[in-house]
Ligand binder design. Structure first.
Ligand code: DON
Length: 563
């Protein structure tokens, strides 16, 4: 209650602003997440002397409680950080396949069986979010991790009112959750019969797990009780994950991918994300077009950007995978390669992209480990110059639906992000090949794209999104609207979204796109699918006066606030 009162006092005295209110009175930083309780947790971290990194960790841990169907410590994350001293760091907490995983583990009678890659024991990869948060805290944070764990544990213990999206996800996933007694006890029996927005969810076991981590440290998770309990459960439920898989999990600090667009620097997440590579590739493809003259959301704009998306997603299907296992060409990022591909874009009609391109030195100039020595995105920044973009995920709603008894921790289903069989689409309709085939200890390919935009070395935007492959399109569109159309983070997030991922050949557009534009796009040969809404992105950026400002996606119930 006292926290609520101090929040209201800050709001009334103008020392705290929410959503696009913008103010020179900000003294510490901004936070934007999909859930107001998580945004508030980020602000509390700033208020108690933490920096943007502590705020991001507080958001992640709290999202695992109040938005646990999307992300949590049973899943993975990618975190892109720009530190006050100018360094940029990308932390890869993506899940890995268990050591006993095999290429054809999801095939039954030669065919992919999606159910087993999406629900239950075999769907689970070794979670990397907790290793990432602990590393970020130790290296770049200011507050003790146990303080942030305890704050999130209190939310889990006390309970919280579920929002509309949470209630909807409970309804759509109810039957699958019901197959797992522990998950059913928490997410079905723990709530009234027909759960609705405002109902209270308490998660005592999750609170207990957070406190065990606070007391015993990260080893509790990777080498201690939790790893052991998961291993034991897996053994008796047909899984292949073992305690040894947890013990050998490694978060990887990678070199970010970098590009430029109209004089701005784009810094984003490298493989095993496809996000950074393709956001930069698409920006390279578009640099030769005068998008500003075309006008935001005009038929020409949507057409040209769609054509660029198709070319990039065709490359994704062929070339992208975990760089520690498959050769991923660095040439995908080259301006010359984009220039070559861009020649295939015609203004008057949709092209037919039949196959991937061939980036320069595709076999020899590759990303490698040696060169570096249903999801949520949140962004934070502080006035010292620390900026964070972090996307975290269990994959689809409630991940594998598995909670190992007593832990309260939902486990991910990220094994479904592998290509279970060449050319066979996964949950998101994405196809892949050898580069993203299942292998022991390999990371599944991701679209998560936590991205920073810099001008003269100074960050001006932190952005990313949830929504499978549409993450790439959403992140791209926010960047284009910021850089080409001079929009504020709030305007850029509100802008009409569209998405094309090469296969299937469908251009998904939000219904707010004008009828005239839709007709014109159909005339040019785009097979259109009209959607109510697409995705969920969050951003922190600068307003016209150069002041920090954040925004949450207006399509959702999230919030952004500064302190
Ligand atoms: O890593 C990826 O690309 C996906 N597993 C992200 C999943 C996601 O965004 C689900 N949200 N709707």
């Amino acid at each position: 209650m006292s926290r609520l009162i101090s929040f209201i006092v800050l709001l009334l005295t103008g020392r705290l602003t929410t959503d696009g209110a913008g103010s020179g009175l900000i003294s510490k930083g901004w936070v934007a997440t999909v859930q107001p309780i998580a945004t508030q947790a980020g602000l509390e971290a700033l208020k108690s002397g933490g920096n943007a990194v502590d705020a991001a960790i507080a958001c992640a841990l709290t999202l695992g409680v109040v938005d646990g169907h999307n992300s949590g410590i049973g899943g993975g994350c990618f975190m892109t950080l720009r530190l006050a001293d100018g360094r940029v760091v990308t932390l890869d907490g993506r899940e890995t396949a268990p050591a006993r995983a095999t290429k054809d583990m999801f095939l039954r009678d030669g065919k992919v069986e999606a159910r087993i890659s999406q629900d239950g024991a075999l769907a689970v990869g070794i979670p990397g979010e907790m290793a990432t948060l602990a590393y970020a805290s130790r290296r770049f944070g200011r507050l003790p991790l146990r303080q942030l764990l305890e704050a999130a544990a209190q939310v889990a213990d006390r309970g919280f009112a579920i929002d509309r999206q949470y209630a909807n996800r409970l309804h759509s996933t109810r039957d699958q959750l019901a197959s797992f007694p522990e998950s059913a006890a928490i997410f079905i029996q723990g709530l009234p019969h027909n759960p609705k927005e405002g109902d209270r969810l308490r998660q005592a076991d999750l609170a207990h797990s957070y406190r065990a981590l606070a007391t015993n440290g990260i080893d509790w998770f990777y080498k201690g009780t939790f790893a052991h309990d998961v291993g034991t459960w897996m053994k008796s439920h047909g899984g292949s994950v073992t305690a040894a898989d947890f013990a050998s999990y490694e978060m990887v600090s990678r070199e970010p991918v970098r590009g430029t667009y109209r004089g701005y620097e784009i810094v984003s997440f490298p493989p095993p994300s496809s996000g950074g590579v393709h956001v930069i590739q698409i920006l390279n493809l578009l640099e030769g077009f005068n998008l500003r003259a075309m006008g935001d959301s005009s038929a020409d704009f949507v057409h040209v950007v769609t054509e660029a998306m198709k070319l990039a997603f065709a490359d994704r299907a062929k070339w992208l995978g975990d760089p520690d296992f498959a050769p991923v060409p660095r040439g995908l990022l080259r301006k010359e390669y984009a220039g070559e591909l861009a020649q295939r874009i015609r203004l008057d009609r949709a092209s037919v992209v039949t196959e991937a391109g061939h980036p320069p030195q595709a076999e020899t100039d590759v990303f490698s480990r040696e060169q570096k020595r249903h999801t949520t995105h949140f962004s934070t920044a502080d006035l010292e110059g620390n900026w964070v973009a972090c996307t975290a995920s269990l994959n689809t709603s409630f991940g594998s639906k598995v909670v190992v008894p007593g832990t309260g921790i939902l486990l991910n289903n990220h094994m479904d992000d592998f290509s279970a069989q060449a050319g066979v689409p996964n949950y998101f309709g994405l196809v892949g090949g050898e580069a993203n085939a299942i292998e022991a200890r390999k990371r599944p390919l991701s679209s998560m794209s936590p991205t920073l935009v810099l001008k003269n070395g100074r960050p001006i935007l932190s952005v990313g999104a949830a929504g499978g492959p549409t993450i790439i399109s959403q992140t791209l569109l926010v960047i284009l609207r910021t850089l080409d159309f001079g929009q504020s983070p709030r305007e850029a997030l509100a802008g009409i979204r569209f998405h094309h991922q090469w296969k299937p050949n469908e251009l998904h557009v939000e219904k707010t796109l004008g009828k005239g534009v839709i007709k014109e796009l159909q005339k040019r040969g785009h097979p259109l699918v009209v959607e109510d809404s697409l995705g969920a992105a969050q951003a922190v950026g600068l307003d016209a006066q150069g002041q920090l400002i954040g925004a949450a996606d207006p399509r959702g119930q999230g919030s952004a606030a500064g302190l």
